[in-house]
Design a protein around this ligand. Structure first.
Ligand SMILES: [Zn+2]
Length: 1097
């Protein structure tokens, strides 16, 4: 023992206990917190009763008058304020649904409020509104129903004098005019809204701030793990706040005292953007957003107002919250704002310049990606990026599509070609079968192109910026092995709105808490989406290998959207084809005639309208009836404009639609390959030729038609071989039809029966179609169990000519619905692939039923192929795993194909997108009958065409080409004087641009350069001279070579991106300026590559 003496410290704990103290019962002390902020029985004793220190809504201080425009009109400010306003008051009701009411508000701040800390005007009629200044500047949106009801009064109002402003009331809520609690039910036309609040309010800002403090710390007490000290401390802080408030009788001083206690947990900087200035590394990036569906439960016209309401509210918030970054997609919405609200647009432009308002997405609208054609997807980017570049000086670098119903396989390639290597989405978190396994990953297209994709782990693009959203940004993050950062996309959305003051305040507290206490993932504000992706890219270039996902991001929900609203889908397909033809013909016309002006404005208008209708609730069919009334009008306008523009171009090319008895006729082949087709002659010509049809073989261009006798004596026939059984034959096929079904289809050359033994093709079947909830959107897997075969009446011969035969059959679906289907076979045309064509006229009056047509074929394969944009996608024909089974209904474009080694069958269609292949059963989806949100979706008459195309060999470009031909039959035109005598010279122009080589190379688009000096509309810098743009894609999935040949005076050829930026110069040979010399350019495309070439003239 040694040395130092032992010191015994006296304990500070008293020796004797004075009284007992129990352990806090956590659940009770946690539940108690509600008393402080709930609206229940303790409201008056709680914090929220302290928010408003004084209010005034009497007529001396708030004078209201109103003008109600007739006929559901939505007049401009100038128009509205030019009318007489009648006095009105709180308590009056306004309607009906969709009507507009303009209120003039004359406001005098009462003496006792002139010195108040913070003054607001509160307005609530349970519907949407927009505050306008007296001189017609839109200031801020109002939501109603207790949300965003406040407008901060300008300081200039604190002079005791009367001030005037306006409120434009829209008689709809954020989600339209749903009749009850179920928002997707068709809107009620007769809703009325009562003005229940219109008052001046002096706000106790400390009380309001404490409310948010307490909310977030309370969330920590409720949501942090039970074994964490942070949870216990949060509960102590909250209870201490309540005790202090009670002890101080809820006075201003007591509230300030309470806020000091809160700071122990959330820090001191939470009242400003300074809270984000700590140098601690954040992993969650908060991004303000406002998803405004361009139409959905409201029409386009209301969206235009949702845009100004939402965006002005955000500009206002940016003035008060410098950290606020607000991300906005959809060029169309910017264009509407620019056209209808120029002052608001200027305000947005100012905020864009400051870097707070962030254009994103690079597309015209947030479009569907399953149904639009490849060229449509390209134009979404072309029109979108050109708008952003011309108005804000920059293109977008992130493709933004949070809410679209699945993502087709070529998007990464097209997005890259449009200058965007980053992609944000979220919708796959709605999958109701398999949980998508990644948060941050590389998404790879059919051709191998990739984008860096991020799906917010909070699994929403309309987060309320709750504590829980921040927490889930880590707990639900699936890519932590590579990277732990994520985006938190917050703000009221779908119906617009965007972030609220409360959300921004909550995030400040969350950040403060992370810095002060920890545990909660650290959130940061003030960064952009691009900065978030830049960091990920940096990581990738430093060696982090993000996981990959190849092919489509198939959405395991909303499969009904491939079929719902058939007319709209038909309009889309037809306009895409019309636009292709128009651009091709107009390009040739500009080459042929210097005096012809490329109809760029018409083309732009048409494209913008078609792109608009591809919005992700429009084309998929998930909007209310009003939206489809609108889209019907839009498509009609597109067809009218297109038809006129096409006539103009055709007349330059020596053709006219007007056919006289002495006209010399040609068939026009606008496809870039030769084809043979039976074309129907106008009745005026039938007598002279003694044939209803003519044969057109050749192309591209104007093809001289021939009398069908060139085909030799009749090679097609039909006869009734047994009672009710008809046999149709040509040199390709022998087809047996009984009661509307194809009971046998023999490929004569292959000596092979195509229909599965004992089965019937072209069999109509109907299913009960009641999805779990989303009627127009979903068809659920169990509908397959309700399959019912529709039995048909007897077939009869409809046409029995020397060149075409057909059999017609009527099928009663129910008392009110029927199908009249015509199965026809045309004379074989040399090597042209043959098919059995079906034309169906359907009267459809069903409720929650799904009509399909089936083709059981004698083919074995575990995978079927479907045409998608710029390629083919293969999907399982079996249900091995839940991922396979989830694809029980998939999207196809112009054909679906089931092939085995050596033989296959393609099913072509002219306007359908839903398909299923189950084993050897191919099934084309025809019509659905959902009753929400459009009670009349698809009711009425439909005309649908499809075809069964058996083929020797596996799937080839033959199916791609035949399906394109099937969708674009040759038209018959009269040669006009001048050209009539020189048919060969006439066609020189059509053969002036050709692509030779591999059959799988598809020349899909021929157009003029956007910025050519004779074409440009001046939105971006003009480019000297004239150019022709060619878009060519490899359609089969293999490296392919070909040659662009042109007799045009081409100086140089560039390979470029879809935005028409020149890339590498292509080597050319031949041509050389010699008259008629053909310039050649060899090209090589990788599998499924989309290549754009610019030919500089
Ligand atoms: Zn949406």
């Amino acid at each position: 023992m040694g040395g130092e003496p032992r010191h015994i410290m006296a304990s500070t704990l008293p020796v004797l206990s004075k009284k007992p103290k129990g352990q806090q019962i956590q659940s009770i002390y946690t539940s108690r917190l509600g008393q402080f902020t709930d609206s229940g029985q303790y409201y008056q004793q709680g914090l929220r009763a302290k928010f408003h220190e004084a209010t005034a809504d009497d007529k001396d201080h708030v004078k209201l008058s109103v003008y109600s425009p007739p006929d559901l009109a939505r007049p401009t400010f100038e128009d509205a304020v030019s009318h007489d306003f009648r006095p009105t008051q709180i308590g009056e009701s306004f309607g009906p649904s969709w009507s507009t009411h303009w209120f003039k508000v004359k406001l005098t701040v009462p003496q006792n409020m002139l010195k108040a800390e913070h003054l607001e005007f509160h307005w609530d009629a349970d519907n949407e509104g927009l505050v306008w200044s007296e001189d017609g500047i839109p200031l801020q949106g109002l939501t109603g129903g207790g949300e965003r009801i406040e407008w901060v009064l300008p300081n200039s109002f604190r002079d005791g004098k009367e001030h005037t402003f306006y409120i434009e009331m829209a008689c709809n809520q954020m989600f339209g005019n749903a009749p009850g609690g179920d928002t997707i039910q068709p809107p009620s036309p007769n809703k009325y809204y009562t003005l229940n609040t219109a008052r001046i309010t002096a706000v106790n800002l400390d009380a309001r701030a404490l409310y948010i403090d307490f909310w977030i710390i309370g969330d920590a007490a409720r949501e942090f793990p039970g074994d964490s000290w942070e949870k216990h401390q949060a509960l102590q802080v909250c209870n201490a706040i309540m005790d202090t408030f009670i002890a101080g009788n809820g006075t201003r001083e007591a509230i300030r005292e309470c806020r000091k206690i809160a700071q122990q947990y959330i820090g001191e900087n939470i009242d400003s953007e300074k809270v984000y200035e700590s140098d601690k590394e954040a992993i969650v990036y908060g991004i303000g957003h406002c998803h405004i569906d361009t139409c959905w439960l409201w029409p386009f016209a209301e969206t235009k107002r949702k845009v100004v309401r939402s965006w002005m509210s955000q500009c206002d918030l940016m003035d008060r919250y410098p950290e606020h970054r607000f991300t906005v997609s959809q060029a169309q919405q910017y264009k509407w704002l620019e056209q209808n609200y120029p002052a608001a647009f200027d305000r947005v432009k100012g905020k864009v310049k400051k870097g707070a308002f962030l254009p994103i997405g690079g597309s015209w609208v947030e479009h569907d990606t399953n149904l639009p054609s490849g060229e449509s997807l390209v134009r979404q980017f072309l029109y979108g990026q050109r708008y952003f570049e011309s108005h804000f000086g920059e293109r977008c670098t992130t493709f933004w599509l949070p809410d679209t119903f699945g993502y087709s396989s070529q998007l990464p390639q097209l997005s890259r070609l449009a200058g965007m290597g980053r992609f944000f989405t979220q919708k796959l978190s709605w999958n109701n079968i398999n949980n998508f396994p990644h948060t941050t990953f590389r998404w790879v297209a059919l051709d191998g192109s990739q984008v860096l994709c991020h799906m917010a782990p909070s699994e929403t693009y309309t987060a309320a910026a709750h504590f829980g959203d921040v927490k889930r940004s880590v707990t639900q993050h699936k890519s932590m092995d590579q990277d732990n950062t994520s985006l938190l996309v917050f703000g009221k959305g779908d119906g617009g709105g965007g972030p609220t003051r409360e959300m921004l305040d909550k995030l400040r507290r969350c950040r403060g808490m992370s810095d002060k206490i920890g545990l909660l993932p650290r959130v940061h504000m003030g960064n952009t989406v691009d900065q978030f992706f830049e960091k990920l890219e940096q990581k990738a270039s430093n060696g982090t290998e993000f996981v990959t996902w190849y092919g489509e991001l198939y959405f395991e929900l909303h499969r009904g959207t491939y079929t719902t609203q058939a007319n709209n889908k038909l309009g889309n397909r037809k306009s895409e084809i019309m636009l292709r033809d128009l651009e091709y013909l107009a390009t040739l016309a500009t080459v042929k005639s210097k005096s012809y002006k490329y109809p760029k404005k018409d083309i732009d208008d048409m494209w913008e309208n078609v792109l608009l209708c591809q919005f992700h609730d429009c084309l998929p069919g998930s909007s209310i009836e009003m939206c489809y009334d609108d889209s019907d009008k839009i498509y009609a306008e597109v067809f009218k404009t297109g038809s006129n523009a096409k006539s103009d171009a055709l007349s330059v090319l020596g053709m006219a639609e007007q056919i006289d008895s002495d006209s010399r006729l040609v068939a026009l082949n606008t496809m870039p390959w030769s084809r043979s087709e039976l074309v129907e002659l106008p009745s005026s010509k039938v007598i002279a030729t003694q044939s209803k049809y003519a044969v057109a073989t050749g192309g591209p261009g104007a093809i001289e038609i021939q009398h069908p006798s060139v085909l030799g004596s009749s090679n097609v026939s039909v006869k009734e071989v047994k009672a009710g059984v008809f046999q149709m034959t040509n040199t390709h096929f022998k087809v047996e039809v009984e009661a509307g079904c194809v009971t046998s289809l023999v490929d004569l050359k292959a000596d092979r029966e195509v229909i599965a033994k004992g089965e019937k093709a072209n069999q109509f079947v109907i299913f009960d179609d009641k999805p779990l909830y989303w009627q127009a959107w979903d068809v659920e897997v169990y509908h397959l169990d309700s399959r019912k075969v529709l039995s048909s009446g007897k077939s009869r011969i409809l046409e029995n000519g020397p060149h075409k035969v057909s059999v017609v059959t009527e099928t009663q679906i129910s008392q009110e619905s029927w199908v009249k289907s015509t199965i026809s076979l045309s004379a074989s045309m040399g090597d042209e692939p043959g098919y059995v064509a079906i034309d169906a006229e359907v009267e459809w009056r069903e409720t929650m039923k799904f009509l399909k047509v089936e083709f059981p074929v004698d083919i074995v394969n575990t995978e079927a192929a479907y045409e998608t944009q710029y390629g083919i996608i293969r999907r399982p024909t079996h249900y091995n795993t839940s991922w396979d089974m989830a694809k029980f209904e998939v999207c196809c474009h112009k054909f679906a194909d089931l092939s085995e080694a050596g033989y296959g069958v393609s099913i072509l269609n002219d306007s359908k997108y839903g398909f299923a292949t189950c084993g050897n059963l191919m099934r084309l989806s025809l019509l659905r009958a959902p009753k929400a949100p459009d009670a009349h979706a698809d009711m009425g008459r439909h005309h649908i065409r499809w075809a069964i195309m058996p083929h020797v060999g596996s799937l080839s470009a033959q199916s791609v080409r035949t399906a394109a031909n099937f969708n674009n039959p040759m038209g018959v035109y009269a040669l006009t004087t001048g050209s009539a005598s020189q048919p060969d010279k006439h066609n020189t122009i059509f053969s002036s641009i050709r692509v030779k080589g591999s059959d799988s190379l598809i020349l899909d688009c021929i157009k003029r350069g956007e910025d050519d000096e004779d074409v440009s509309r001046g939105e971006l810098a003009k480019r000297e001279g004239r150019s022709v743009i060619l878009r060519i894609y490899e359609s089969m999935g293999g490296k392919s070579r070909g040659t662009i040949e042109t007799s045009l005076p081409v100086k140089k050829v560039w390979k470029c991106n879809v935005l028409e930026d020149d890339g590498e110069v292509c080597r050319t040979y031949g041509g050389g300026g010699s008259a008629g010399g053909v310039l050649k350019c060899d090209i090589e495309l990788r599998a499924f590559e989309v290549a754009t070439f610019r030919l500089q003239l």
